[in-house]
Design a protein around this ligand. Structure first.
Ligand code: CAA
Length: 258
């Protein structure tokens, strides 16, 4: 049985990290299953993904500490690379990915969430990078993505202290976009995903690519990413439909992804 379930639901789909006996901790098999689940996504139909954890207690409680305990430096580096490769695949996945965090998002779990396009969480969520308390650094991108998301000062404080933060603080520092009562989280995630799915898919994908590609460039180089994205939408059936609908004073769509 794979540890990651791919659950399509029309134009949106869930990726469910499903290892509740270990609070969905990421071992090498879970990472391989996450990569395989991404390969399963039907990009003709699905326009937005939601990543969540199975069960009510945890999104993902980190990389698997039992698996890491006896690694030597080379094996530690290889495990880090396996996680980074899968999270880079998720980050650059062609369609938007929302992390819906119900419960613990610690270590590799916080890093998984940060590889998604944006994050929403339950009021029971807990975030943190506890690695320095375990004698290691974050291993799946935490030193890099946390600093980019919340700024180096806050990232350094969280990582050096290994202190967990609750949902309200995650919202305050910009780690998540919104906090919901636990029993409303997944409905809220689906509503957001369906709103995204209702917009022109070629344009949404082009926006994701332009934002990601431009992030590490100078503004002069970055706006060229946008010029290319902008240009690529013209002449599509969806661009003609969107602009036509506006000019004809009617609701657009449905968009055809063409
Ligand atoms: N790895 C392996 N197993 C884990 C785990 C992890 N990261 N997190 C939880 N589990 C397991 C526990 O060992 C336990 O298993 P058993 O029932 O077999 O004993 C089960 O999940 C339930 O966990 P707890 O009994 O500890 O549950 P709790 O409610 O008392 O505590 C918790 C919950 C605070 C999240 C606690 O489990 C915890 O602190 N987990 C570890 C969190 C952590 O340090 N994560 C970072 C890992 S390092 C990392 O991720 C490196 C990287 O960047 C790649």
């Amino acid at each position: 049985m794979p540890f990651v379930k791919y659950e399509p639901k029309g134009e949106i789909a869930y990726l469910v990290i499903d290892r509740p006996e270990a609070l969905n901790a990421l071992n090498a098999q879970v990472l391989a299953d996450l990569s395989a689940a991404l390969d399963e996504v039907d990009l003709e139909t699905v326009r937005c993904l939601i990543v969540r954890g199975a069960g009510e207690k945890s999104f993902v409680a980190g990389a698997d500490i039992a698996q890491m305990k006896d690694l030597d430096p080379a094996a530690g580096e290889a495990f880090g690379k396996q996680g980074n490769d899968v999270f880079l695949k998720l980050e650059s996945f062609p369609i938007p990915v929302i992390a819906a965090i119900g419960g613990y998002a610690l270590g590799g779990g916080c890093e998984l969430a940060m590889s998604c396009d944006f994050r929403i969480c339950s009021d029971t969520a807990v975030f943190g990078q506890p690695e320095t308390g375990l004698g290691i650094t974050p291993g799946f991108g935490g030193t890099q993505r946390l600093a980019r998301l919340v700024g180096p000062g806050m990232a350094k404080q969280m990582i050096y202290t290994a202190r967990n933060i609750k949902a309200d603080e995650a919202l305050r520092i910009g780690l998540v976009n919104a906090v919901y009562p636990a029993d409303e989280l997944y409905a809220a995630a689906e509503k957001l995903a369906l709103t995204i799915a209702g917009n022109a898919p070629i344009a949404v994908r082009a926006c994701k690519k332009a934002i990601n590609d431009g992030a590490a460039l100078t503004i002069e180089e970055a706006v060229v990413c946008e010029e290319k994205a902008f240009g690529s939408c013209f002449g599509t059936a969806d661009q003609r439909e969107g602009m036509g609908a506006f000019l004809e004073k009617r609701k657009h769509g449905p968009y055809t992804n063409r």
